[in-house]
Design a protein around this ligand. Structure first.
Ligand SMILES: [Zn+2]
Length: 114
């Protein structure tokens, strides 16, 4: 797990984090809410769309395990995907916001590699 503060969702993308928090509060999902402050961005979605801002908060390979329970919660900008009770993927549908999110994440990931 990458624990660098630069890749923490709440620091890097506060607006997206707020979106998620708002939704989870509305749904009264305390089990998921308590994860948000600690979520770190692991990698970007690899669909190839340059305006897709979706990203992983757990190892991408875990999300491919079809034996895990899987649920999705709609947000303003996309979808929160939960795998076995853990927030694992945040979908930000291709849009201007998505483009911006992708840019911020790729810059942060590059900084991490230096
Ligand atoms: Zn994508």
């Amino acid at each position: 797990m990458n624990s660098s503060p630069c890749l923490k969702l709440v620091f890097l993308l506060p607006e997206i984090a707020n979106d998620i928090i708002e939704k989870l509060e509305k749904e009264e999902r305390l089990d998921l809410l308590e994860q948000v402050q600690e979520l770190s961005i692991i990698s970007l979605c690899e669909c190839g769309d340059t305006s897709c801002g979706s990203f992983y908060t757990i190892e991408p390979s875990v999300t491919e395990n079809e034996q895990l329970s899987h649920e999705g919660l709609r947000t303003k900008s996309g979808l929160i995907e939960v795998f076995n009770g853990e927030i694992g993927f945040i979908e930000i549908v291709p849009s201007e916001i998505g483009k911006e999110v992708r840019k911020k994440i790729s810059e942060a990931l590059i900084r991490e590699e230096l």
